[in-house]
Design a protein around this ligand. Structure first.
Ligand code: ADP
Ligand code: MG
Length: 333
């Protein structure tokens, strides 16, 4: 059990206001992902939850108990950092078992727990190695293993995969998803700026901008019904087109949002006309970058494209797939 509730949480460093009235209700066992631009306060929010930073105002509750003034070690939270912070002179076995040894657990019990966690994280072949003889992904798993043996009820991850190369990221991402399935009662909060990690791992995503929560929802809720133009432009890759002027007015909106995959294209006629400026052919799909009187528009076509740079192109948003936003940037009903 580890429900986490944040009520009007604020964090300031002196006069610099970082987190602004953050309200969040996290249910035990959820996998929550924080996303947002660099500097928006993701790490600060994690650090206030685990107690490494104090809260300027507001209330933080874990399982209905206010923990604002509870020291980090008493919160039952484990933080897995971007840099792994392993003890360099200790083996994998010793790194994982260290906290248990400190607690004075019997040797046999430590062995049993460390071996179980090593098996779960596929670290058994490396138990006698020092951290310097491990890959980045393996070190990350040792850091996770240390948190698991300590029996933490909440795991916080701050961009844990950002130091890994692309192939290893995919593999480690799958391992984290598997790890979560194996620990259904453990609450996990995961910070990333990677779209794919957010969409694939999260039960719910929290989108932050400049210290404020812009929207909270399942990945598909955010993709299908972004609450405002910020979330619309932030979730999805390539970004949603946010078009103003006549095409938006035709839909009775200030801004019309159309994802690159939601245009029908034609060489003869369509709602918006332009010139193909540049194409990217990726095999599985093609991206067209089109200059129009309403700004640059990105179009995604499946497979090959029949267009080359310089071609005239006409684009019609697919009915039911458009998003309408008002002058204040908020989604219109
Ligand atoms: P993110 O993790 O989303 O990139 P951070 O939470 O690290 O963002 O930082 C949010 C803002 O808080 C940044 O503008 C950063 O410069 C500022 N900040 C972070 N730590 C401190 C600190 N100890 N003192 C003053 N400002 C800080
Ligand atoms: Mg950060």
């Amino acid at each position: 059990m580890a429900d986490i509730k944040l009520t009007n949480l604020n964090k300031a460093y002196g006069a610099v206001h970082i987190l602004k009235d953050v309200n969040l209700d996290i249910t035990s066992g959820e996998f929550i992902v924080f996303v947002g631009p660099s500097g928006c306060g993701k790490s600060t929010l994690l650090r206030t939850i685990c107690g490494l930073e104090n809260i300027t105002s507001g209330v933080l509750e874990i399982d209905n108990a206010v923990v604002n003034d509870v020291p980090p070690s008493k919160r039952g939270i484990a933080m897995v950092f971007q840099s792994y912070a392993l003890y360099p002179h200790m083996s994998v076995y010793e790194n994982i078992g260290f906290a248990l040894e400190n607690q004075g657990l019997p040797r046999a019990e430590i062995r049993q727990k460390v071996e179980k966690v090593a098996d779960m994280l596929q670290l058994t072949p490396y138990l006698t190695r020092l951290p310097k003889a491990l890959s980045g992904g393996q070190r990350q798993r040792v850091a996770i293993g240390r948190a698991i043996v300590r029996g933490a009820k909440v795991f916080l991850f701050d961009e844990p995969l950002s130091n890994l190369d692309a192939a290893l990221r995919v593999q480690t991402r799958m391992e984290i998803a598997k790890l979560k399935r194996g620990m259904p009662n453990t609450t996990m909060i995961y910070v990333t700026h990677d779209q794919v990690e957010a969409m694939t791992l999260a039960d719910r995503i929290v989108v932050l901008q400049a210290g404020r929560v812009e929207q909270v929802g399942t990945p598909m809720e955010l993709y299908e019904s972004p609450a405002n133009t910020f979330v619309a432009g932030f979730i999805g890759s390539p970004k949603m087109n946010l078009i103003t002027g006549a095409p938006a007015a035709a839909h009775k909106a200030h801004t019309l949002g159309v994802r690159p995959e939601h245009f029908e294209v034609s060489k003869t006629a369509g709602a918006i006309s332009g010139t193909v400026e540049y194409t990217e052919v990726l095999g599985s799909d093609s991206f067209l970058y089109v200059t129009t009187p309403h700004g640059l528009i990105t179009v995604r076509e499946e497979g090959r494209t029949g267009f080359v740079p310089g071609d005239a192109i006409h684009m019609s948003p697919v009915a039911q797939m458009t998003h309408r936003f008002g002058e204040d940037g908020k989604r219109l009903p």
